[in-house]
Write a protein that binds this ligand. Structure first.
Ligand code: GLA
Length: 737
């Protein structure tokens, strides 16, 4: 029996006498016990395929460690290989070893090496293929990362038709599936559904990890809640086409698979070559969805994001995109920068439109040379001017793309990933990152810009989905999408190694590539092009199931909002953005003075509390209705924190509202006060009534506290004032008493 433990979970594998690996248990931590009772198959299950003549085991009735095809397990398999000998594989146990750290074998991004590893080697004697299963346990954060490697030790090429990163068979069957679905500017709709008989797939075929179906999925006991019950969260360290396959077999076994999407994929492995899957991660918690979220948050902060940026303050930025779109010149930018500096912003980000002949989205992509007319000089000079204002300087790039109307396309039309008539997306085409010349060009052109000016931040965008998938530099077209992702990682690696201090932010038309692969290089990602305060509450709440607030960029933008046309108070926009990496993306030069003054106070507040807001433990709290979202961040030492209370539509004379905190220190006494907040009413700035509450942690955790009545008609002492889409931020201040 092989045991893998994290602080609160155990994973147990049995080696069958005939060499197959059986998944015995994954769940709350239990003691090691080699006599643990296992399902026995003492007679021949009618009309089943026995694994071999002299044993009664039929593989579809045993939880497998890594299901395969052709030996009687008729469920979706972890691996499927074609050789000229067969399509059946029969990998059997050969050896295993435990060690600290990782063998430096992966060419793809992975979680760091601060882990304990179990490596199991299996062999198919008939095909001469070796399969190595890796399990990396991240003890403190209750996460296990898994991957699989296939080594072709035969004399013939084999074709991998599918090779998943993780296969998990669950003993119990009462699980619901939670996934996050969406589209552009409409990302992360949380869906929950029972797992019924059959096969259900969540996947991406768009080339990126996609806004359609995020690779983070959760299996929860149907009765589990935010705080109670068994939950398994999964994710994949990969930025391309992925699939999560859930099968409930007729025998009520649940199998979960995640990895590279088998659709449109296959990979040729010549003799002695190996193929290593991306790493998948899984976390179990007995404490509901908040439990798995906390594990994943800590895992990402501790083991995924680049060390240079882990637990570091992130600069508050101003981005000119929604302020100017393409219509800017140097004086406009400097004016915006001055206003931003005045409010307390730290970083100025120049978005799309600074290069080539880019004055709309129809031209210029690919030509990463500053447009000196528009910038009235060089990028170096602009950066200096911004620096002289007192801001650091950052730049937008979209290096994976080309417009036909560009110098790059004129010179290298064959660099586009297409073969024949091309479908367009946002008037642009995807460069073939499988081609090393293309990668060299991207690295050279981006690094030339970064070397020649004081650029401390890069927003790396990617604004279209794949079509016409083809690469002239790849023999097997089934490999193209995967090789593209490998090419992308190669570029990221070269650039982030060359510029280790530059803060890279990921973006793909917002959240089209919000995944752990990107986070291995880029510690923050623009979660959505939707900056509407109400939508952001939903999006960021969904994000919080799998990702910490420190990776999720969130901007305060103008109203009416550019995506929804909704008008919300500037304080409501800030309150939700404060639960992420704060930025502003609006024309501050046009903002009325009263709102500018408010922005100044918001930024001062964020700076003072940045460490807690970014790195405190985040929980979703109980909300009394669909119209409300409540969440909290609490510092690791439980002495300070914030609660966000967000509403959509109001009705007069509402029922009482209560907040029940979680995980505060039972013995600490907490003073709770609402952040000083303004309400703009008939163009006047009105201070909302103060709100103060208090109590011992245990009382707040179990009984909760009732909020002041909401005002009906007039602002008054001891009332709470919220308009439609209103929200409040409460500061928790705890001390031993
Ligand atoms: C994408 C990004 C935006 C902005 C534009 C610029 O849509 O998500 O934030 O950078 O591109 O073209």
């Amino acid at each position: 029996m092989l045991y893998l433990h994290t602080k609160n979970s155990s994973y147990i594998i049995n080696i069958k006498p005939y060499g197959k690996l059986e998944q015995v248990y994954y769940g709350k931590r239990i003691k090691e016990d080699d006599n643990i009772s296992l399902p026995s198959q003492s007679n021949d299950p009618p009309h089943s395929v026995l694994y071999q003549q002299d044993c009664f085991d039929t593989l579809e009735r045993i939880s497998q460690e890594y299901g395969e095809n052709g030996k009687g397990d008729f469920r979706e398999s972890g691996i499927f290989i074609f050789t000229d000998k067969s399509q059946t594989t029969d990998f059997c146990y050969k050896s295993h070893k435990f060690y600290s750290g990782k063998n430096p074998h992966q060419t793809m991004p992975t979680a760091d090496e601060n882990c304990e590893t179990l490596e199991i080697t299996l062999f198919d004697d008939h095909l001469n293929l070796e399969l190595v299963l890796y399990y990396h346990s991240y003890y403190d954060v209750d996460v296990i990362a898994r991957s699989a490697k296939l080594v072709n030790k035969s004399q013939q090429s084999v074709t991998i038709d599918r090779m998943m990163s993780l296969c998990l068979d669950l003993d119990d069957d009462d699980y619901n599936l939670i996934s996050f679905e969406g589209s552009w500017a409409n990302e992360m709709h949380k869906k929950e559904q029972p797992i019924t008989t059959g096969i259900y797939t969540i996947d991406s075929k768009v080339g990126t990890s996609s806004n359609r179906h995020n690779p983070c999925v959760i299996l929860k006991q149907s009765q589990a809640t935010e705080d109670f019950g068994n939950c398994y969260a999964f994710n994949l360290i990969y930025s391309g086409n992925h699939a999560e396959i859930i099968e409930r077999s007729p025998f009520n076994y649940i199998r979960f698979l995640t990895g590279i999407n088998p659709y449109g994929f296959n990979f040729d492995l010549v003799p002695q070559q190996e193929f290593h899957t991306p790493e998948a991660v899984m976390s179990f918690s007995h404490n509901g969805l908040n439990g798995t979220s906390k594990n994943m948050h800590n895992f990402i902060n501790n083991h995924i994001v680049p060390k240079e940026f882990a637990y570091k303050d992130r600069p508050i930025l101003i981005n000119n995109w929604e302020a100017t779109y393409f219509d800017f010149d140097k004086p406009t930018l400097l004016q915006l920068a001055k206003e931003a500096k005045d409010t307390g912003v730290e970083l100025f980000v120049l978005d799309d439109g600074w290069f080539g002949n880019r004055s709309s989205d129809k031209a210029g992509l690919g030509d990463w040379v500053e447009n000196k007319d528009k910038l009235c000089g060089t990028m170096k000079e602009l950066a200096e001017d911004i620096n002289n204002i007192g801001l650091s300087f950052g730049l937008w790039f979209e290096p994976e793309m080309v417009n036909q109307d560009s110098q790059l396309y004129k010179k290298n039309p064959h660099w586009v990933m297409a073969n024949g008539k091309m479908s367009a997306g946002r008037n642009q085409f995807i460069l073939d990152l499988c081609n090393s010349d293309v990668r060299d060009y991207i690295v050279d052109s981006v690094s030339t810009v970064l070397k020649n000016a004081n650029i401390e931040y890069v927003k790396w965008d990617m604004n279209r989905n794949f079509s016409d998938v083809f690469s002239a530099s790849v023999n097997n077209q089934g490999e193209v999408c995967h090789r593209y992702v490998m090419g992308l990682y190669d570029i990221y690696k070269r650039l982030t190694t060359q510029f280790p201090k530059v803060l890279f932010e990921g973006c793909s038309a917002g959240g089209n590539r919000f995944d752990l692969g990107i986070m291995c290089f880029m510690p923050q990602i623009w979660a959505s092009d939707d900056t509407d305060a109400v939508e952001r509450v939903r999006i960021q709440k969904s994000v919080s199931y799998g990702y910490p607030q420190s990776v999720c960029s969130a901007h305060v933008s103008a109203c009416p909002n550019h995506q929804t046309m909704r008008t919300t108070q500037i304080e409501a926009r800030f309150n939700i953005a404060a639960f992420g990496v704060l930025g502003y993306e609006l024309d501050l030069t046009k903002l009325p003075q009263i709102e500018k003054d408010i922005v100044k106070e918001q930024i001062a507040f964020y700076k003072e509390n940045r460490a807690t807001l970014l790195y405190g433990d985040m929980y979703r709290l109980q909300a009394s209705s669909e119209q409300r979202t409540v969440c909290a961040v609490v510092s690791k030492d439980l002495s300070t924190g914030f609660i966000g209370d967000f509403y959509t539509l109001q009705s007069p004379n509402p029922f009482k509202n209560k907040i029940i905190t979680k995980y505060l220190c039972d013995n600490k006494y907490y003073n709770i006060s609402a952040r000083k907040q303004y309400f703009i009413y008939e163009n006047e700035k009105v201070v909302l009534p103060t709100e103060n509450y208090c109590g011992f942690g245990d009382g707040l955790n179990y009984k909760g506290f009732v909020l002041n009545n909401q005002h009906i008609g007039k602002l008054a002492e001891n009332t709470r004032t919220l308009c439609d889409f209103g929200s409040r931020l409460y500061n928790l201040d705890g001390a031993e008493k």
